[in-house]
Ligand binder design. Structure first.
Ligand code: AMP
Ligand code: MG
Length: 324
């Protein structure tokens, strides 16, 4: 791929970004917090490419970015708390975690298989311009390789991701320069999952009450110890999961991979008949769910190459297969 261009925003550039997103491509965009690595949140393979480009070893859930609260309501189950907080802090650096709407078109990979979705309305004028034009939801983690600091200029993004990004949109240096505050408002009591520039005090003032549990403040770039992949809310099949299967029984369901799926299973879904790991990642959560049927004794899973995004796939499968 040729050297990515860093460009200032004009209408043709907005069109360019929107077209790339519609085709399943990745575009780096400025927000007031940090630069985001954005993809159409309804396109599973595009979302899988985010993890691949970042070399993330785990499927941590991603934040979706939308133009306004009305757009957010299309994807999540809105509630009064969310309404109050959106009025006070959106557009701005507050991310709210809410329940996914049933039959939401957002890829399950965005929620890492969970029941919730994190959503934010950025205030950066360029992000606003892009999101309004796209008129959908953009999944975007910070535009850096896994384990590196979040980029706050377009040049940082290019240094990090050159070669993998067809388009990096330059909106100048990020004003906040710190990741958004993440607040879980999906339950009865709002809980801060990650601290940011919208503080607990600011939230309590708007809600007119103290937040229930005081969470240990988490350094913005070090959320590792509360990795959402380990949260209970994350999807674990109700039947056994048997990894690295080299044979399969008739009372098992088979999660296959590659051109030569095992035969003899009660039901088979192939993550990628062509052996493409991006396609496999995009299908992973939906297929696990579809095979999770108590009429089967277990889900047998064929070996997945442990390279690239295969590492995150195997991490997730190992957790699903861990003794419970
Ligand atoms: P980043 O990928 O760097 O933008 O960080 C996203 C942050 O949002 C991480 O701390 C995630 O744990 C958090 N997050 C995203 N989606 C969810 C969710 N559904 N539930 C809980 N936390 C979430
Ligand atoms: Mg990050």
């Amino acid at each position: 791929m040729e050297r990515p261009k860093i460009l200032h925003i004009d209408i043709s550039l907005v069109d360019n970004a929107v077209t790339l997103w519609q085709k399943g491509g990745l575009v780096a965009m400025p927000t007031e917090t940090v630069y985001g690595l954005g993809a159409d949140a309804t396109n599973g393979e595009a979302v899988a490419r985010i993890y691949s480009v970042k070399s993330r070893p785990q499927f941590n859930p991603l934040i979706i970015h939308v133009a306004d609260a009305r757009a957010a309501c299309r994807y999540v189950e809105w509630n009064d708390t969310a309404d109050l907080l959106a009025d006070a802090f959106w557009p701005g650096p507050l991310t709210m975690v809410l329940k996914r709407r049933p039959r939401s078109r957002i890829s399950e990979l965005v929620s890492a298989g969970g029941e919730t979705l994190a959503v934010r309305v950025p205030s950066h004028p360029v992000a606003q311009q892009l999101l309004q034009a796209f008129n959908g939801a953009i999944a975007a983690p910070s535009a850096n390789r896994s384990g590196r600091v979040s980029p706050t200029t377009a040049e940082h993004v290019r240094e990090e991701l050159a070669g993998d990004m067809p388009l990096i949109i330059d909106g100048g240096a990020c004003e906040v320069g710190l990741e958004s505050t993440v607040l879980d408002v999906s339950g009865e009591h709002p809980v801060i999952l990650r601290s940011g520039s919208v503080t607990q005090e600011m939230i309590e003032k708007v809600l007119g009450k103290k937040l229930a549990t005081q969470h240990t403040p988490v350094a913005p770039n070090n959320a590792a110890h509360k990795s959402p992949g380990q949260l209970e809310s994350h999807y674990a099949p109700s039947i056994q999961v048997r990894l690295n299967a080299s044979n399969v029984a008739a009372d098992e369901a088979l999660l296959a991979f590659g051109a030569a799926p095992l035969t003899g299973a009660g039901k088979t879904l192939n993550l990628s008949p062509s052996g493409n790991l991006i396609e496999a990642a995009a299908n992973l959560f939906a297929y696990m769910r579809a095979l999770d049927d108590t009429k089967f004794r277990a889900i047998a899973v064929m070996p997945i190459p442990n390279e690239g995004i295969g590492i995150a796939i195997n991490d997730r499968l190992q957790r699903a297969g861990a003794p419970r």
